[in-house]
Structures are given as structure tokens and as C-alpha cells.
Design a protein around this ligand. Sequence first.
Ligand SMILES: C[S@@+](CC[C@H](N)C(=O)[O-])C[C@H]1O[C@@H](n2cnc3c(N)ncnc32)[C@H](O)[C@@H]1O
Length: 275
Amino acid sequence: MLAKEEFILLRDFIYDKTGIHFAENKTYLLESRLTNRLGELGFSTFQDYYYFLKYGGEKVKAELTSLFEVVTTNETFFFRNPPQLDAFKVLLKKNYLNGTIPTQPIRIWSAGCSTGEEPYTLAIIMEEISAVMGKNIPYVIYGTDISLKVLDSAKRAVFNAYSVRGMDDALRKKYFTENNNLHTLKENLKRNIKFDFLNLMDTDAYRRYKQMDMIFCRNVLIYFDEKMKKKVIDHFHESLKLQGYLTIGHAESLHNISRAFKPLVFPGTITYQKG
Ligand SMILES: C[S@@+](CC[C@H](N)C(=O)[O-])C[C@H]1O[C@@H](n2cnc3c(N)ncnc32)[C@H](O)[C@@H]1O
């Protein structure tokens, strides 16, 4: 059982490394997520595990990869929250495709992309708009996450029925091949998407992601406390081009977090613009 003192030590350690905040009423959740790690490493108490994380030297690096996997929640699916995607289409057409096709690729960042459904959804939308316009719109989508496991899965791009359940049948058939209830994304959709590890807690990492036209960071901030949310949003502000757009989860808000963005109201959703 995870004693209160152990909970506090591990909670603070996890927060320092990831920004993910486990409130005290989530003690049981943290315990159940860490129990397997203890088993695999052969520790009999959570305190031993904590001392290993803190003072285990070189071996800790590999363990952090596993720790990041167990403390994150990776729920995602294609075409999540359609009103946000409709707003994305409106903004694209209005700002970047205004009669002409941009010469430079539109730069989009899906931060906390999990197994890839979000960046691939955005790519499908770009492809569909390109088809309607009869021209290839240049774009690049960056998908980043703290979990190497979900990034591997994103690159593989084989999805179960749950992931694609919200998709229109015609679109699903166009972009996937189906076999035994598994949906494999067609290779050509991967060409403009780059997946990489990025820990949103790591200030230096943001330097690689600049001059973005749009950032999607949906259903990620919810796991952070206010201090971490402010840090992440300030970095996103720097990573965006002037007047670039930020989309966060529909249940998340920038209220009390940042005044540096202008809220733009769309049917059923709000998108933020760097002002
Ligand atoms: C619930 S999923 C959201 C996926 C997708 N954005 C969506 O809305 O469908 C949250 C993702 O955020 C990632 N995450 C959590 N903390 C992170 C951090 N500090 N840095 C980078 N990614 C993080 C998790 O690994 C997880 O894949």
C-alpha cells in the first residue's frame, strides 16, 4: 500500500519530471499505476522505488521512459470534438488559403499527440481541402508526446475500431485499409507528419518548435497544475507566429492562465489567437 509520505515523495518527483499533478484524492490511482513498476524492478516498497528513481544513476533514464508511460493517460480517437475541427477548417480557408495556395508549408503542431489520431485527423482535413481546391496545399504536422510507446504506435498507424468510430464511412475507406477489424492508415498520409519525443516540462525542447501557424494541445493541460499550465501556454505563445492559433481541449480554458491570447468564438467552441 502507498503510504501518505511515499505518495508525496513520488507525486513531487513525477511533477518535477512531467508537470503531471496527482491530487491527494488520486493516491489510489497512482498506487495502481506504479504497482507494476515495483513488480518488474523487484522492489517491495514504494519508498525503495522512489530512492531508486532519485539516486539510481544511469539506470534511471530507462526507468523514466516506463514511468512516463504509466503516469500518462493516452485516450484519443479520430475526429475528436468536431466543432474544434470545423473551426480549424474555417481558419485555414480564411487565413492561409485565401484564394491562393501558400508557398511555404502551413506549420501545425499537435503537442501531446498520443497514438497519432489527432495529427492524422488534421492531415486528413488538409488532404480533403486540397482535393476540393484541386491543388496540393503544402503543410507539415509535428506530433510530439512524452511517451515513447504511444509515439511508436503513432508511427505504426494501425488503429482499432474504437479509434475510428467517429469517422465518416467514406473517409475511413479512403484513408485506411481494413483487415480483421484493424484499420491501417495509407502510407501517403504519413508523408507530411513528423513524430518526436517532447516533454512539455522541458523548457529547452520548445526551441525546436518555432514559427508555428497552429498549435493543438487538447486534453493535455487537464493533467497539469496552474503553474505548469502557465509555463506551457507561455512557451506555446513563443512558438507561434504572430497571429497564430492555439486550440486546447474543449473542457480546458486559458482563464487565469494567460491574457496573451484573444479568444475567437466559433459554433460550440473557442480557439485562441496570439494577439
Ligand atoms: C489524453 S491524451 C490527448 C491526446 C490528443 N491530444 C487528443 O486530444 O485526443 C494526453 C497526452 O498528453 C501526453 N502528455 C502528458 N504529459 C505530457 C508532457 N509533460 N509532455 C508531453 N506530453 C505529455 C500523454 O502522454 C498523452 O498521450
